[in-house]
Design a protein. Sequence first.
Length: 257
Amino acid sequence: MRLRFLGAHQSEAGPFRPMALLVDDALALDAGGLTGALSLPQQTGLSALLLTHRHYDHIRDIPLLGLNILERGSPLPIYGLADTVEHLRRFLLDGTLYLDFSRRPSPEAPLFRLVPVEPLVPFPLLGYQVRAIPVPHSVPSVGWEVTAPHGKTLFYTGDCGPGVSTAWEHTHPDLLVIEATLPDRLHQRAATAGHLTPTTMAQAAEALRRRRGGPLQVVVAHLNPALREEVAQEVHARLSALGVEGCIAQEGLTVEI
């Protein structure tokens, strides 16, 4: 299983894009920085999109993706919580701000097939087993567990705050993609917004490692671009102190699982 980071940050500035991940060139996770990182043929080749929640930095590129792949002749399924799907229909794909690709080219055969999912219920998708696992955030949110046919598993938390360790009751991935948005000095702001700092991220990673009882690979993402250097220094220090194998995500990073 090959994971590529198309976008690895909380926002966009210069080389930094909002969150978007790609598994084996076919399965996308979130769509914040999706279209700017993929050619038109690569966008057309997408087979499914998994959304963690409804915040703009995770869904931004969905309308432009629709325009780019409109002529491909087959629907793109988009999976998310019922809350996420409802907000996509009401606000992003309502035909007011832009074209409604959940009803185009026709209501009977739309380009986007919006699929609400039940948390913790696994389902087969493109040869993987995928599962939405609830995580704490300021709006209803899930992380996505993706298990390859050979048994290796990744878990992408999406946005999450303190208490994310409750997810470890349900998943013990080989690769953890977890956020650390703000530096430790802004821990109160982070907690209020449902985000992690390097310290709370490291605590969650250590809790998962203890549950696994073995090595854990960690990639830390969703850093705020304006505070990136400060957050990155703290992330490196916290992971090093724990002895956890990890790195900070950047656009273009590829991880083999």
